[in-house]
Design a protein around this ligand. Sequence first.
Ligand SMILES: [Fe+2]
Ligand SMILES: [Fe+2]
Length: 191
Amino acid sequence: MTSLPPSVDLSGRDGLPPELRVLADLYPREMWQGHANFPGLTAFWLEMHGKFRSVMDELITGSQGYLDGGDPMRFGAATSRYTGFFLQGLQGHHGIEDNHYFPLMVEFDPRLVRAFDILDHDHHALHDHMNRLAEATNAVLRPLQDGDTATDQTARLLTVQEAFRGFLDRHLTDEEDVVVPLILEHGEGRF
Ligand SMILES: [Fe+2]
Ligand SMILES: [Fe+2]
């Protein structure tokens, strides 16, 4: 895998570079829902992304709530369950994109080869962030189970979760700007 310039790396970019917005500019977000090719795959894809975003929000709210005096048992149980669900779901989602959708989609428009390369790099970067999130979560759950308050570890977990939310949202938003216009243009039957 080749390395990317910092301007398009997940940690350094603030959107797709203009030259990769060929289809995104033809299909701005306001027109997605009303398009004939929106129901089905596109709607499902966006719903999955919405779930990942909302579980991440829930996790952050949970950590903040605990630091503000919330119940340790409830916080530990919810954090364990939702983090497991989140990491497993995201890994499966990346697997389907990497192994099925992206290899098919990249064939449809040579102008988007670099966009899919960026998304592929994102998945690798997110994989490292997912490991960091799992480690920071376990660093809270272990002492909690032993009756420790784990306050310092939870403050650190909150920092990791908030950073993760930023990277995740950047990836999901840019991926939507690549994938949704492509499905609207070609129809989901092609994928
Ligand atoms: Fe993705
Ligand atoms: Fe995705």
